[in-house]
Design a protein around this ligand. Structure first.
Ligand SMILES: [Zn+2]
Length: 133
């Protein structure tokens, strides 16, 4: 991690650029189901049959509930895989973004320190009582 202020500012700008370039993303995961179904006359119950599947499912949380969806097509599955992959990039970028911002907060001088440069208005005497000329 860069620790100087300019380095961290550059890093922040770079991360922002990457975040801006993210495509559509969604949290979730793709799981597979396979095995034997409930129909005893199905081929999957024959000896040596490998069973059904794998069938791919998209699982994600919506309003606190776990939602599971099947895919209408291989293309739909590929699309969801890319969207989830993009979400992982977002998670990493957002972690890095918080980190670089925290670093900037530590490194950034306070406004008061910047507003009172040396040698101004910090002398022993107040100028308030000077008579107007
Ligand atoms: Zn079956």
């Amino acid at each position: 991690m860069p620790q100087s202020l300019p380095d961290s500012e550059n890093h922040k700008a770079t991360l922002l650029g990457k975040i801006a370039q993210l495509r559509d993303f969604r949290p979730g995961s793709i799981t597979t189901t396979s095995g034997r179904c409930g129909n005893p006359t199905c081929h999957c119950h024959r000896p040596g049959d490998t069973g059904h599947g794998p069938n791919f499912r998209l699982t994600y949380k919506a309003h606190g509930k776990t939602v599971t969806e099947s895919f209408a097509s291989l293309a739909a599955r590929r699309k969801a895989e890319q969207e989830i992959e993009e979400y992982r990039k977002w998670q990493q970028l957002s972690r890095d973004f918080v980190e670089v911002n925290s670093t900037l907060c530590r490194l950034r001088p306070t406004a008061e320190a910047e507003a009172t440069p040396q040698g101004k208005n910090r002398r022993k005497r107040s100028s308030r009582k000077l008579p107007a000329k």
